[in-house]
Design a protein around this ligand. Structure first.
Ligand SMILES: *Cc1c(COP(=O)(O)O)cnc(C)c1O
Length: 340
């Protein structure tokens, strides 16, 4: 079945102009002396400084609107790009936003958190969320936000819960659509990409990309650079997400195995959000060569992975690589000390 037809069968809320640009990165390509590097500018989506979550929200939110929701509730870290983009989308739709933030209330609001506050989100802090509860929130069983939703229901409101990261079969359509878009852009530029590289958090974007590549019949290989650890290996989680997404789309015959999914864990450092020398070098390199603003938590770690794989000769001069810039530069304002 045609990828465009599959995407068009689901309502998409227009939260951002698409396609995002696909740009050649000549200075970076020259500096690294390696593959031709192109940047897919998903940092340029249009919700409150952009990022990859906007594509997912475009497919997730029509359902909330149809259900008559007046309040969106979700969870994330203090510098969550997911939370920021969700708050912006909720506001655009005239809804209240309640965000459950993992951590202590900081002295000073900065970066994403400042923007959440500016958009009038209700901020609720929950310190020390255990990994398994966070994983359940990602998978949509809501052990934490579900209790908060009860409070709002008791007040006569109609809350909708969105899972951290938006990695549901419906949300994953955002990145299936992105692959369709990228395919057209590559064709127009007379290019074939050997590799796509992106930061992998919940794995929803990677799952969407994997499904998109399969549906579009593209040979391009997806390399996810993991930025966090979950309870289970991400290859398994992503393969399951892909299978659930394909079933949801009526393409259940297309199956994925964990062994077909490529996730690299070499650049996480001590964990999610942990500072690594390589990520700091990557943030600086992208900024100085191409004026691209990455963060040390997501795109910076993925970029560090790409640079290292080039230096090790895994990605060669003959290759064409598309790096998905998934956004997140806003978080730098919360960590000026890292770059001074
Ligand atoms: C959320 C996020 C990711 C990871 O996307 P997933 O779909 O959760 O894997 C990557 N980069 C940035 C900047 C993000 O905010």
């Amino acid at each position: 079945m045609d990828i465009k037809e599959i995407v068009a069968r689901h309502e998409r809320l227009r939260l951002t102009p698409l396609p995002t640009p696909l740009e050649f990165a000549p200075n970076l390509t020259a500096l690294l002396g390696g593959p031709n590097i192109y940047i897919k500018r998903d940092d340029l989506t249009a919700l409150a400084f952009g990022g990859n979550k906007t594509r997912k929200l475009e497919f997730l939110l029509p359902q909330a609107v149809a259900e008559g929701a007046d309040t969106v509730i979700t969870l994330g870290g203090l510098q969550s790009n997911w939370v920021r983009q969700t708050v912006a989308a909720a506001r655009k739709l005239g809804m209240e936003a309640v965000v459950v933030l993992e951590g202590e209330a900081p002295q000073e609001l900065q970066g994403n958190l400042l923007l959440d506050h500016l958009m009038g989100a209700q901020l609720r802090y929950v310190p020390d969320v255990p990994q398994d509860l966070e994983d359940q929130e990602i998978q949509g069983s809501f052990p934490i936000t579900g209790k908060i939703a009860e409070e709002y229901r008791a007040q006569g409101r109609h809350p909708v819960l969105l899972p951290l990261g938006g990695a549901t079969p419906l949300g994953n359509l955002g990145y299936i659509n992105a692959v369709d878009e990228l395919g057209s852009q590559l064709k127009a530029m007379d290019l074939q990409a050997d590799y796509l590289i992106a930061a992998t958090g919940t794995g929803g974007s990677q799952a969407g990309i994997e499904c998109g590549l399969r549906l579009a019949g593209m040979e391009t290989k997806m390399l996810g650079i993991s930025v966090s650890r979950h309870t289970r290996p991400k290859e398994e989680e992503i393969a399951e997400l892909c299978n659930a997404t394909m079933e949801f789309l009526g393409c259940g015959g297309e199956r994925f195995e964990a062994g077909q999914i490529s996730v690299n864990y070499d650049y996480i450092g001590a964990g999610y959000g942990a500072v690594t020398e390589q990520a700091l070098e990557a943030v600086s390199m992208a900024a100085r060569t191409e004026g691209l603003i990455l963060c040390h938590t997501y795109a910076g770690k993925a970029f560090a992975g790409m640079v290292d794989l080039i230096r090790k000769g895994v990605l060669t001069k003959e290759d064409t690589v598309v790096f998905f810039h998934t956004g997140g530069g806003v978080a730098n304002f919360a960590h000026p000390e890292l770059f001074q």
